[in-house]
Design a protein around this ligand. Structure first.
Ligand SMILES: [Zn+2]
Length: 147
């Protein structure tokens, strides 16, 4: 909504609002970055493939920061633009890889849905899905049976 309001304001301004345009690009980068992170979160990945999603999230944040830096800096320099381009290529590659891996490991990921992912006592995320589970944080020991 903020991005839409800024974009509408920039469109109706007479072109002498450079900071407003920069703020609009910044808000658009944040909005689009969060949208991409949310989309990447939808894929059900095997635990051994989750690093690909975390890498894509990290690359999204880095790319948004690089674009915002380039927009607010009057002379970002050739090297920073090259690094921005390389980050873009990596982000596209990882973003394409996440749904492919989700599809590829769909059956195994579905079986992970029937195992506990969080400790019911303290809420900590669990990596080990073997049953019964012992929470490494609070020591609670439990077993979950899905019907
Ligand atoms: Zn716990």
């Amino acid at each position: 909504m903020v991005t839409l309001a800024l974009l509408t304001t920039v469109i109706w301004t007479d072109g002498d609002a450079e900071d407003l345009e920069r703020a609009t690009v910044t808000a658009a980068c944040v909005s689009l970055g969060l949208a991409l992170i949310n989309l990447l979160s939808l894929a059900r990945l095997r635990a051994s493939h989750r690093w690909v999603r975390y890498s894509a999230w990290g690359l999204t944040v880095v790319l948004a920061a690089q674009i915002i830096y380039a927009v607010w800096n009057d002379d970002p320099g050739d090297n920073s633009l090259r690094i921005l381009a390389a980050t873009t290529v990596l982000l596209v590659a990882f973003s394409v890889l996440v749904p492919i891996l989700g599809r590829w490991s769909g059956r195994e990921a579905a079986s992970e849905l029937t195992s506990p992912r969080f400790c019911p006592a303290c809420g900590r995320g669990l990596e080990d899905s073997s049953q019964p589970v012992t929470c490494p944080a609070c020591g609670a020991r439990f077993q979950v049976n899905f019907q």
